[in-house]
Design a protein around this ligand. Structure first.
Ligand code: NAD
Length: 388
C-alpha cells in the first residue's frame, strides 16, 4: 500500500509559503508514495494547482480530505507556529498520524502537549540538528538566508540615500554604511546582499569564529573589548550571556552604530528572548533618516524600541520589526523549504514505511511528540514545571 502524504493549505494569517513544490515531489519518484494537496495551497507562493499536479499528486478540495487519508502531513507551520488558526485542525488529526513542519518547539510546549494528547507523532523542522549529514534538511538556514537578503532590500527601500558609491556629472554620491549585528546565516546573507548593492559593511558577532567569514564577504569585523570565551554553546549557536554582558556590549557598540545609515540586527540565542543590544539612547544618537531592520523582532527584538510586525520612526530613525520575513519571498522560500522537508520525509521513509528510529540522531533530535507524549528532551525540560 502506498504511503499517503498530505499538504493542507497554510492557515496562519499572512503566510504565503507552501510546504511542497513540483521539484520536491519529484524527490519521491522512486518510492511508493502518493500526495494529496489541498486545492489552492500553493497559490500564494506562485505554484497554482496546475503546476502542483505532477505525477503522483492529487489535488483535493477540502482540508478534511487531506487529513483523513494521509499517513504524513507536511506543513510550513504546524500548530505551535500557528496556535490560533491551527486549532481547528486538531479535530482532523488521527491517532498515529505524523506531522512535520515548523512548530516553535522551544516556546510552544502547550501546543505540543495538545498534539501528544491526540496521539500525533510530530517533528519540528527547527530541531533538525546542524550536522553535515542533515544540511540539506536545514530549513532554519534556508529561511534565514531569505530573511537576510530581504532585510537589506527593506532597508534600501526605506533609506533616503542610495547604497552604492556613484561618481556622476552631478557629483559624487558616498556609499551607504551598513552594520550587521549578528553574523549567523541571516547576517552573512545580509552582508553579502548589502555588499552587492555597494554599501560599506561592518559586522559583529559574539562568536569570534565568524570573523573570517565576515571578512571573506568583504565586510569589516568590528572588534570590541569583550570576553566572549563563553559565547559559543552547543551546535555552533550562541549561548545566553546575561544582562551585564549585553549592557557592556551595547556600550561598546554605541560608537559604531552612531555612524551607520543602516543597521540590520539578527542576534539571537535559541529558545531565549533576543538580547537587547540597541538602546533608545543609541537610536537617538543615529542620524535622522537612518534605518534599523530588526530581524530578531519575532523573538522580542535586538532594539529596545522595536515593535514586532510594525515600522516606527523614533528621533527620525526608521525602526522596522518585520515578522515572518521569509514568507515575503514565498516562491523561493517554498522551493527551499520544500526541498528541506522533502529530504527529511524521504529520510524517514528510507525503508518504504515511515520509521521512527530513536537510535538515529536526526530522527531523535527532531521528534517532539510520539505515542502520546512529549518525547524530546529539550522540549520536555522547557515545559517541566519549575521547582519553587
Ligand atoms: P541564530 O539565528 O540563533 O543567531 C544569529 C546570530 O546571532 C548567531 O551568529 C549568534 O552568534 C549571534 N548572536 C547571538 N548573541 C549575540 C550578541 N549578543 N551579539 C552579537 N551576535 C550575537 O543563529 P543561526 O544563524 O541560525 O546559526 C548560527 C550558527 O549555527 C551558524 O553560523 C553556524 O555556525 C551554525 N550552523 C551550522 C550548520 C551546519 O553545520 N549544518 C548550519 C547552520 C548553522
Amino acid at each position: 500500500m502506498p504511503v499517503t502524504i498530505g499538504i493542507p493549505a497554510e492557515t496562519f494569517p499572512g503566510e504565503r509559503r507552501v510546504a511542497m513544490t513540483p521539484r520536491a515531489f519529484e524527490m519521491f519518484a522512486k518510492l511508493d508514495v502518493q500526495f494529496l494537496v489541498q486545492s489552492g495551497a500553493g497559490d500564494a507562493a506562485g505554484f497554482p494547482n496546475a503546476d502542483l499536479q505532477v505525477k503522483g499528486v492529487q489535488i483535493v478540495q477540502t482540508r478534511a480530505e487531506v487529513f483523513s487519508a494521509s499517513h504524513i502531513i507536511l506543513q510550513v507551520r504546524t500548530l505551535g507556529a500557528n496556535p490560533e488558526a491551527g486549532r481547528s485542525d486538531l479535530d482532523l488529526f488521527r491517532q498515529g498520524q505524523i506531522v512535520i513542519g515548523f512548530g516553535e518547539p522551544l516556546t510552544a510546549a502547550a501546543e505540543y502537549a495538545e498534539l501528544a494528547r491526540r496521539g500525533v507523532t510530530s517533528f519540528a523542522m527547527e530541531l533538525i540538528p546542524r550536522i553535515t549529514r542533515a544540511q540539506s534538511m536545514d530549513a532554519l538556514s534556508s529561511m534565514a538566508t531569505i530573511a537576510g537578503y530581504k532585510a537589506v532590500l527593506m532597508a534600501a527601500d526605506a533609506l533616503p540615500r542610495m547604497f552604492p558609491m556613484l561618481m556622476t556629472a552631478a557629483g559624487t554620491i558616498t556609499p551607504a554604511r551598513a552594520f550587521i549585528l549578528g553574523a549567523g546565516v541571516a547576517g552573512l546573507q545580509a552582508i553579502a546582499t548589502a555588499r552587492r548593492l555597494g554599501a560599506v559593511v561592518q559586522a559583529y558577532d559574539v562568536r569570534a569564529a565568524v570573523k573570517e567569514q565576515i571578512e571573506s564577504l568583504g565586510a569589516k569585523f568590528v572588534s570590541v573589548e569583550l570576553d566572549t570565551s563563553q559565547a559559543e554553546g552547543k551546535g555552533g549557536y550562541a549561548q545566553e550571556l546575561g544582562p551585564d554582558f549585553y549592557r557592556r556590549q551595547a556600550e561598546l557598540l554605541t560608537g559604531v552604530i552612531r555612524q551607520q545609515d543602516v543597521v540590520i540586527s539578527t542576534a539571537a540565542v535559541p529558545g531565549k528572548r533576543a538580547p537587547i543590544l540597541i538602546s533608545r539612547d543609541m537610536v537617538a544618537e543615529m542620524a535622522p533618516g537612518s534605518v534599523i531592520v530588526d530581524l530578531a523582532a519575532e523573538r522580542g527584538g535586538n532594539c529596545e524600541l522595536t515593535q514586532p510586525g510594525r515600522t516606527i520612526v523614533e528621533s527620525g530613525v526608521t525602526i522596522m520589526g518585520p515578522v515572518n520575513v521569509a514568507s515575503a519571498i514565498p516562491y523561493h522560500a517554498s522551493q527551499m523549504y520544500s526541498r528541506n522537508i522533502a529530504t527529511f520525509a524521504r529520510y524517514l521513509l528510507a525503508s518504504g514505511e515511515p520509521k521512527i528510529d530513536l537510535e538515529d540522531e536526526i530522527t531523535r533530535e527532531t521528534l517532539v511528540t510520539h505515542a502520546g507524549e512529549i518525547v524530546n528532551s529539550r522540549v520536555r525540560e522547557l515545559s517541566a514545571p519549575k521547582a519553587g
